[in-house]
Every structure is written in C-alpha cells, then in structure tokens.
Write a protein that binds this ligand. Sequence first.
Ligand code: NI
Length: 382
Amino acid sequence: MEGKELEKKTEQLRQELQDAFFWFHRHPELSYEEYQTTEKIREFLTEHGIEIMESELETGLIAVIHGEKEGAVRALRCDIDALPVLEESGVPYASETKGKMHACGHDFHITAGLGCAVLLQKKKKDLSGTIKIIFQPAEESARGAEKITETDLIDDVKLIWGFHADPTNPVGTIGIREGYVAAAADRFLIRITGKGCHGAHPDTGIDPIPAAAAMVQAFQTIVTRNSDAFHPTLISVTRIEAGNTWNVVPETAELEGTVRTMNREDRVLFQKRLQEITELTAAAYGAKAEFQWYPGSPAVYNDPEMARIAEETAKKQSLLTVPEESSMGGDDFSFYEEKLPGCYIKIGIGVGPAIHQPGFKVDPKILLPAAEYLTALLIENE
Ligand code: NI
C-alpha cells in the first residue's frame, strides 16, 4: 500500500475504534448480562469479515483469524463486563445506565481486541497458525473464564495472552513481569453455633461472640507463624455478624472473608489451618463451628519465555516497558493457565483514579497502539 493510502486506512481504523469504545463505555453491562455488548462485538467483526466461532455461549464470543502460514493456535483474552459503580469520570461519553460503569477498562479491552482482529485479518499472509480472540463474559464474577475452559472451544489453543488497563502508567507504557502477578482469591464462610441466653446470665448459655473474636485474632498467625515470610499471603475477615439487641447473648455468629496467596502450597496450607483454627477455637469455647471454603480463581502466573517476548515486542514498537506490579487482587485469566502457558500484561492508559473507582477513565489515544501491540505479539510469536 502507498504511504498516503496506508495513513488513510490507519486513520479510519483509529476513528472506528474510538467510536466503538465510546459506544461500549456508554452501554455497560454486568457479568452474564452482556447481551448488547456481545451483539455489538458480533456486528463489528461481521462488518470486517471476521469469522466467529459457533458456540453455546449466552454472552461473549470467540473470533477466529486463520493465518496463511502453518502454525499453532494461540489465543488472546479480552474480558467484556462492567461493574455496579456510579460513574463520576466526567467524560462526554459517560455511562447511560445509572449505577453501572466500565470502571475496570473492559470496554478498552474489547476495543483493543476488535482492533487486533481487524489488523490480523489484514495481515493474514504474514500470520502463522490461527488466532482465537476470546471476548469473555463475567470476569468480575471471577468465573467467566472457567465457563469458557469447560467448553471445547479452546481445546486446540497452545498458549494464551491476557492484558489489563493500567491507570498507574501513561499511554505508551507496558508493564511486564515473569512469574506470579495476581493472587489466588478464595473465600471462606464460618458459622459458629453456641447457645443463646439472657445477657445478664451468660453462664446459662454458650456465647459465640468471644469465639468469633478469638478466631479473628488467631487467623493472622497463619500469615505470621505458618507461612514462609518470603511468600506474599493475606487473610481479611471482611464481615462479622452476631446478635440483634443489647441484652441477649446470640445463638450464632458468622464470619466471612478472603484469603489471597500466590503459590499452590500456601493455598492448601491456608485452607487447612483456617479450618483447624475455626473448629478447635470453637471447641475451646464450648461452641461448634461449620467451615466453608469457596475456591475462587487461582494465581496468575506469567510464563517467563512469554514475558520475554512481550518485552521484546514492546521495544520493537517503541513502547516503554516497566516492571508490572504484582497484586493481591485476582483475575480469572488464571483458569486458562490451569491448561495452557499464559502471560498477562498491563497496558498504560494514562495516570488517573484506580480501577473500580467512579472517576476511572481510559485515554482513547491508547486504543490503536494497544491493538497494534497485541497484533505484533500474536503475529510474530508462535
Ligand atoms: Ni478488570
């Protein structure tokens, strides 16, 4: 293509991506409700002649681009859901649904994925193998990725890339790190049963509240006494509930919270110790306790070779690379990594309010460069 012609095409794509991004931002949908979003993605891909896989998925879809050279099947994950947040970003294309907002930048993830699909389609001649772009629902529910991995839609995929908007870095910056970058995010729920009685006669009952208080204290010793001091781990008791008045000792108490760990052994250790402390503490106070553990997404681990490729590609695209901050937050991208090597990178979207905050915003200048970077990542590396 002539220089001028190419420039015109690039400008056209930049405009199309910006329009799409504004549309997605105006129309946020929560986990598993991404019907309009899915339709809009389908429409955009169809207009550009990009194949969409047949699937039973209610929301979300997978686009496929077949390269003209032999090669492996690789995937890119773009999550598509929004959050129940009241927008206060001040952008002229703000959410049209009060109380829902793309406050985690998944509208940017969709748009960058669409741009990448268009660019790959144009570069089919240079592309080896097949690329599947997964427009994944319900990341915020922490289970959307698992739903995809339960199907056979990605059985042939050999490796997977993921990315996330990063409001701690300016546009033109890519955050990369090998190894663990996000924690396993598990939930626990404890129900203590004692024996209710008059507040003036605690000796006639079994008060579950001191048992609950003792547990909250004792749980932190798993972090400080049981786990390796060089391993990032944490426990947060986030809800504690008992009783409903001032002069009655309640019958029951409930505790709920989250455990965050990076490596597998710690995850097993924390579950085991939490259960032991719960049951034995309850017994020490004459009460009984039921312990429930709800495993969430595993930790996100960046394959070292893929992290190296991500860094080299960024440099070739004249992007600045910085060490990716690891986080005790979770991402269900790790469900793919239970089956495949993966790498999850951060793309600077302009420094501003953190993700999940009402003021969060993505600088639209990043849309095309992000699509170009992801394209380079997929096209050059099998
Ligand atoms: Ni997110």
